[in-house]
Design a protein around this ligand. Structure first.
Ligand code: FES
Length: 690
């Protein structure tokens, strides 16, 4: 270490460290603007001016390297005069509308004005002709009249990222920051990493408003794909590894959080893709398809060698339900050394993966292989064909119980509640198609509902030979709950979609539904007394049918006999981390939350599993590290026509590499240091007067 003295205080500095960094690290605030720890020093703003004994003139702390015995003064009259004049010169062309700037209260320039007491310039205001040059893009908002030419953005783009699309331009005798030719970033080699945004000390270069969530920690919000994934998988990393053809490493990364990566490669609701920031530029990265490709190129599954099972605890756990949530719970509890038995009503494990999703979307052998892998890696017992209705009573035989029975009962609107012989629940039909017991439905089948189950039913019926298949839903097409590709593919398969319609059954003399009465909807709303419809006058017509499938929602099929407190829909009421009102009985997944998604059920089961382990005396830690992080390379470099790269189908290694190269690498922004303000608590230590 190097010992120096700053304002009378002894400071230990690192050899080779610059004086500014040494002072800040020691809790001594020295003003600075153009300096930023991730960037090479520029030394232009003069805010960090200090006096060093033995130096005739004041120096810039960001440009001076510490030396043993150096004696430094940061607040002398000479220093403050230089600093204040430099700040006034900077403020002369700067707008005075701080309160209407998006960076208000997050502006390093504003904070320096408060620190120094320098108000807007005493100098004549300077109007810069070039101040309004600089167009915004879909994710980067520019107000270049707020630029102070500290060149942090230029250095971030050039030195940090190796992209170099920002530069100092010259026009009309003025210098300003811009792109070559002042074109938008989308017409340059910009990688849209937003490093320029992260380092800008003012409101000149900002994220467009609303780009990130504000209700979660900033580091989480900054990577929207990972934030949107219910399991918060490290998506940027596994995309990058897949793009490098390191498929086993890629699988290892998402297997750290997800128990059914291959199944999810087929059916994940891919909330991550909705969050993907590339979607704001053109289309999101095809994250689900990358995941599936990587799993299918990873026959050796080397990452499995890094999973281990703890010594036996002697504790016995019952899991009710062998769906994604139940099996996830069983796997992690077995890995924590507990003796786990899973009870499943159906003949096969897998829950909705085996029975709720049509085989054309998810092959059964994929599910079977993933279940086998879980049991092989962390042995637990699965008892199929066993219906446990009194789940709470299991607690008498086991040290803990995890209820993960899903939401496997159809929920019908009141007008379809009657049990007509040709009206079927969608979720029940899916189950019966998968176990081979489904009835014939006829040639004309109408499906009610706008979610994935409705489309699973419609597309299954069509593939089974029905001539006329219609999906009817209350919502407009654009806001249907089903994945957008479901709607597109259904239309391509010849299925009719009647969106924004209200339907009522027309029952024949034989007690069967013979038609649906359909009316177009202008608007609808729900209140405590039910559904309110505003219909298009005269739009009512009848659609004849052979059978109708009701896929308008699902609920839990638990009954009060289960011994747990239930809420409407027969969902289990839980307290913190899945704990029910019965000691030692926990619940997770759709049985608690209603139908969400496979990935949502897995994420919820992980939370509850951790709580079960703690209840049993464990530490609750179920986190895995199956891949050793190597640290991020901050340099992105350029990719030809980056903005124009179109989404690929990810069916070949080359396509996956191209697809993953479209990533904006939002995660790199987490590595950029946040601004240090003189008001930060770390700087509250008293500074000795000059
Ligand atoms: Fe050191 Fe600008 S000259 S921070």
């Amino acid at each position: 270490m190097v010992e120096i003295e700053v304002d009378g205080r002894a400071v230990q500095a690192l050899p080779g460290q610059d004086l500014l960094a040494a002072c800040l690290a020691a809790g001594i605030y020295v003003p600075h603007l153009c300096a930023q720890p991730n960037l090479p020093a520029e030394g232009g703003c003069r805010m960090c001016t200090v006096e060093v004994d033995g130096e005739e003139s004041p120096v810039q702390a960001c440009e001076v390297t510490v030396a043993e015995g150096m004696v430094v003064r940061t607040r002398t009259a000479r220093v403050e005069k230089i600093r204040n004049v430099a700040l006034e010169l900077m403020l002369a062309p700067h707008p005075k509308d701080c309160t209407s700037c998006a960076a208000y209260l997050n502006c390093e320039l504003q904070a320096l004005m408060q620190y120094t007491g320098v108000a807007h310039s005493r100098l004549r205001e300077i109007e810069k002709e070039t101040a309004r040059i600089g167009s915004s893009d879909s994710i980067i908002a520019k107000e270049m009249f707020r630029c102070i030419q500290c060149t942090r953005c230029v250095r971030a783009c050039d030195d940090l990222r190796g992209v170099g699309i920002l530069q100092l331009n010259h026009a009309d005798g003025e210098v300003y920051v811009g792109t070559a030719g002042d074109v938008p970033h989308s017409q340059t080699d910009c990688r849209f990493c937003s490093a320029c945004v992260a380092v800008c000390p003012t409101g000149a270069i900002m994220d467009v408003p609303g780009l990130f969530r504000t209700d979660v920690p900033r580091t989480q919000a900054l990577v929207p794909c990972q934030d949107s994934c219910p399991a918060h998988t490290d998506i940027p990393l596994y995309l990058q590894l897949a793009g490098q053809e390191r498929y086993s490493d890629s699988v290892a990364v998402f297997r750290e959080k997800l128990t059914f990566p291959h199944s999810l490669g087929f059916v994940c609701s891919h909330a991550c893709e909705s969050g993907c920031k590339r979607g704001k530029i053109d289309t999101p990265i095809s994250i689900r398809a990358v995941k599936r490709f990587a799993v299918e190129q990873d026959p050796d599954q080397r990452w499995r060698e890094r999973t281990s099972v703890a010594p036996a605890t002697g504790r016995r756990v019952a899991v009710v339900g062998a769906g994604p949530a139940g099996l996830t719970g069983a796997y992690y509890l077995a890995r924590k050394g507990h003796d786990v038995t899973v009870f499943e009503r159906s003949a096969k494990p897998g829950g909705m993966l085996s029975y709720g999703i049509p085989r054309y979307r998810l092959p059964q052998e994929v599910v079977d292989a993933e279940v086998a892998t879980l049991v092989e890696d962390a042995p637990f017992t699965i008892v199929t064909g066993t219906d446990v209705s009194q789940v709470a009573a299991l607690r008498e035989q086991f040290d803990a119980v995890l209820v993960a029975t899903g939401a496997q009962a159809g929920r019908r609107p009141p007008e379809f509640a009657a049990g007509w012989p040709n009206a079927f629940d969608g979720v029940d039909l899916c189950h019966r198609w998968n176990d081979g017991t489904a009835p014939a439905l006829g040639d004309v089948v109408n499906v009610l509902g706008g979610g994935n189950v409705a489309f699973d039913c419609a597309r299954s019926v069509k593939k089974l030979g029905a001539t006329t298949v219609r999906v009817l839903c209350l919502e407009p097409f654009s806001t249907m709950l089903a994945d957008a590709e479901e709607g597109r593919e259904a239309l391509a398969e010849g299925i009719e979609i009647l969106a924004s319609v209200a339907v009522a059954p027309v029952v024949g003399d034989d007690g069967r539904v013979v038609a649906l009465s359909v009316s177009d909807v202008v608007a609808f709303s729900f209140s405590s007394d039910g559904l309110h419809l505003d219909l298009v006058p005269g739009s009512e017509r009848e659609l004849a049918l052979d059978s109708v499938i009701v896929a308008t929602g699902q609920q839990s099929d638990l009954t009060p006999a289960c011994g747990l407190e239930l809420r409407p829909g027969n969902f289990v009421v839980v307290r913190e981390a899945g704990a029910t009102g019965v000691d030692g009985v926990f619940a997770a997944g759709d049985a608690v939350n209603g139908t969400s998604s496979v990935v949502g059920a897995i994420a919820d089961a992980r939370r509850a599993t951790s709580a079960v382990d703690r209840y049993l005396g464990g530490d609750g830690d179920i986190e895995d590290t199956l891949f050793d992080r190597e640290g991020h390379d901050p340099v992105l470099g350029t990719i030809p026509d980056f903005s124009g790269l179109a989404r690929t189908d990810c069916r070949t290694a080359q396509a996956v590499t191209t697809e993953t190269s479209r990533c904006l690498h939002c995660e790199l922004r987490r590595d950029i240091d946040t601004a240090k303000y003189w008001t930060d608590p770390v700087f509250k230590a008293p500074v000795v007067a000059p």
